[in-house]
Write a protein that binds this ligand. Structure first.
Ligand SMILES: [Fe+2]
Length: 321
C-alpha cells in the first residue's frame, strides 16, 4: 500500500499561540503531503512500493541507486513529520509540563536535570545549519542522547547516513517552514515556545517502545563465506540463531522476516529435544525456516524467548561483526 498522509491528532488551530494555524495548515497539508506524494512517485512500479516508511529509511542501501536520494528525503520527511504531529498536543491539554516516571528519571540520569536537557536540545536545534531536526534518542545502550540531523534525515537511518544513530522518541522540526510565518528568523524563540506543546505522555510511550524493541541483530560472516544472524535480547543473550544465507541481501531478508513476526506473518513452532528441553523454530509465511532458538529448560522459559522475538520486531539495530 502506498504511503498515506496521517490526519493531525488535533485541530490545526489547537497549538496556538505557540504554533500558529497558518503554519500548521501549510506544514501538514502542503509540506508533509508533498513528502508522501513524492515518496510514492519515486517508488511507483518498483518492488518497494508497498514497503512501510520505517523499512524504507532503514534499508536505503537496498534501493536502486536512483531511488536512494528521493526516498531518503521524502520517506524521511514522512517518518519525521508523522512523529512530529504525535509528540505535540495543545498547551495545558496534554502539551507542556515536565516528563515524569521512567522517562523523567532517564532524562535526569543522562543530562543531570530537565532544564539541562532542554538547553542541550535547544542548542542542537539552534546550531543545526540550514534545515533539519533536533532529536532525543534512545541509543543501543538504552541511554538517552540528544543529536541533530540535516534535511529530512532520521537517526534510524544510522550514523553513517544521518550523522547520528538511535531510536528517536522526540523530534523538533527546525526547518524554516515550521516557524517562519510567526517567528521569522527567530528559531530559538520558536524552540522556547515549542516546549509548551510537547506531549510528554506520548514521548514516554515512545521511550517504552524504544526500550522494549531494543533487541538487536548481530550479522556474522561464517567460515565458509556465508552469512547468518543472531537475534540478541536486551541483555545480549542469544534468542534466535538464523539459518545460513548465501549472501548478505538474503540474510537481511531473514531479519525482515523476524521483524514481521509480531504481525503474525511468521510462525513459532514449538519443539521438544530428545533431552526434554524445549526450543522453537521461526518459520516465515512462505514456509522458509528463518532460525532456531536456544534451548530452554521449560516451556515457561521458552515463552520469554518468543516474547523477545516479538519485541524485536520493532527493533532497528543491526550490527555486523
Ligand atoms: Fe517540516
Amino acid at each position: 500500500m502506498p504511503l498515506t498522509l496521517p490526519n493531525l491528532p488535533y485541530a490545526p488551530e489547537a497549538l496556538e499561540p505557540h504554533v500558529d494555524t497558518a503554519t500548521m495548515n501549510i506544514h501538514h497539508g502542503k509540506h508533509h503531503n508533498a513528502y508522501v506524494t513524492n515518496a510514492n512517485k519515486a517508488l511507483e512500479g518498483t518492488p518497494f512500493a508497498d514497503k512501510d516508511a520505517v523499512w524504507l529509511i532503514t534499508h536505503l542501501d537496498q534501493l536502486p541507486a536512483d531511488k536512494m536520494g528521493p526516498v531518503r528525503n521524502n520517506a524521511g520527511g514522512h517518518v519525521n513529520h508523522s512523529m512530529f504531529w504525535q509528540v505535540m498536543a495543545p498547551a495545558g491539554k496534554g502539551g507542556g509540563g515536565t516528563p515524569s516516571g521512567a522517562l523523567g528519571e532517564a532524562i535526569n540520569k543522562a543530562f543531570g536535570s530537565f532544564e539541562a536537557f532542554k538547553e542541550k536540545f535547544a542548542n542542537a536545534g539552534a546550531t543545526r545549519f540550514g534545515s533539519g531536526w533536533a532529536w532525543l534518542c534512545v541509543n543501543k545502550d538504552k541511554n538517552l542522547e540528544v543529536c541533530s540531523t540535516a534535511n529530512q534525515d532520521n537517526p534510524m537511518m544510522g550514523k553513517d547516513i544521518a550523522g547520528c544513530g538511535g531510536t528517536p522518541i522526540l523530534g523538533c522540526d527546525v526547518w524554516e517552514h515550521a516557524y517562519y510565518l510567526k517567528y521569522q528568523n527567530r528559531r530559538p524563540d520558536y524552540m522556547a515556545a515549542w516546549w509548551n506543546v510537547v506531549n510528554w505522555a506520548k514521548v514516554a510511550e515512545n521511550f517504552a517502545h524504544a526500550l522494549a524493541g531494543n533487541a538487536w541483530y548481530e550479522v556474522k560472516k561464517t567460515a565458509d563465506g556465508k552469512f547468518m544472524f543472531n537475534l540478541k535480547g536486551g541483555n545480549n543473550e542469544v534468542v534466535l540463531t538464523s539459518e545460513t544465507y548465501n549472501d548478505l541481501a538474503s540474510c537481511n531478508a531473514g531479519i525482515d522476516s523476524v521483524r514481521k513476526s509480531a504481525q503474525d506473518t511468521a510462525r513459532f513452532d514449538v519443539k521438544t529435544a530428545s533431552n526434554g528441553q524445549a526450543y522453537f523454530v521461526l518459520t516465515a509465511s512462505n514456509g522458509q525456516t528463518i532460525g532456531k532458538s536456544e534451548m530452554y529448560s521449560s516451556p515457561a522459559a521458552m515463552e520469554k524467548g518468543i516474547q523477545a522475538v516479538q519485541r524485536a520486531s520493532g527493533s532497528t539495530w543491526v550490527e555486523a561483526v
